[in-house]
Design a protein around this ligand. Sequence first.
Ligand SMILES: Nc1ncnc2c1ncn2[C@@H]1O[C@H](COP(=O)(O)OP(=O)(O)OP(=O)(O)O)[C@@H](O)[C@H]1O
Ligand SMILES: [Mg+2]
Length: 343
Amino acid sequence: MTGTLLSVRGLRVGFETEEGMTVPVDGVDFHVGQGEILGIVGESGCGKSVSSFAVMGLLPQNGRVLEGSILFEDTDLVRLDEKSMCKIRGSRISMIFQDPLTSLTPSMTIGRQVMEPFILHRGFSAAQARTAVIEILGQAGIPSPRLRFSEYPHQLSGGMRQRVMIAMALAGGPKLLIADEPTTALDVSIQAQILALIRSLRETLGMAVILITHDMGVIAEMADRVMVMYAGKGVEYAPVADIFQSPKHPYTRGLLRSIPSPDRDVDMLDIIPGTVPDLSGMSPGCRFFDRCGNALAKCGHTQPELTAHEDAVVACFLYDPPHIETSPRKRVLGHGPARGSSK
Ligand SMILES: Nc1ncnc2c1ncn2[C@@H]1O[C@H](COP(=O)(O)OP(=O)(O)OP(=O)(O)O)[C@@H](O)[C@H]1O
Ligand SMILES: [Mg+2]
């Protein structure tokens, strides 16, 4: 891996709601190296999609970045006006959304939809774009792309629609692809094909990927490094091998126990008791306190800071002296995870 492509620091995102301001992303730091796959994992509602919408500059109207910076190739996207952001979106950074059916325009052929980024971002003529679309649909694993060009989204299967989304995301030649649960809506064998496709495109095109999922199996297969999110915060950052061999945060350990196996069909909520706390009634201490089997008294009233421990960075008092006597703790100042280990 060479150099950092994206560096998100101290990101806080707020939403105006009828009940006042909520802050579903409340202090998230991560970085993505060139050509690297960063996995973001966490339960539903923990802020994975909102974090990625912030990177794309696509927050809903009632949302805004309250604090923090999103450095992409040395440009702070938070401070960019919409016109400049438009140039980056779909060309330098693209996103595949959770639901491909709602993200494609139903009344437009898939060929025309995939042509758009070639024309808008790369200045292709219509004829050049048409040729490029047929090539890229083929690259995305769509059989008979010439025939598929003039079909409409509803004529394709879910797996094929997801491939069209991938083709569209690639059309601008991005350096960074954000894939938000790209396989959740698909059945298992198609899931495996789409993940293999994303991996091979990373190899051939050298693009970096942020892969968002709630599935630790997908993380194991795809990610180089992982950010574990809980209730709007990054609670553990580590290379993928460390996440599986020596998970630190009790929440990460809970997620690992939730991986289904042939002899064990489990749901995440069966394994980690309780649910993600309501964002409006968050406790002043660690957000995982109520569900944690290892909680200490101070976890209920004091928020743990991120500290480096071996190759991981973790926000948990279990890794604070005096609970750990053997490993010297290094407190991470400023933007620890951005300096985390890389492969
Ligand atoms: N426009 C909005 N207004 C108010 N709250 C919002 C809005 N959009 C999202 N939220 C809230 O932000 C929180 C984080 O949502 P987000 O979509 O990022 O979760 P997620 O981690 O992607 O979950 P999932 O795995 O279900 O996709 C949720 O509590 C959600 O209800
Ligand atoms: Mg989501």
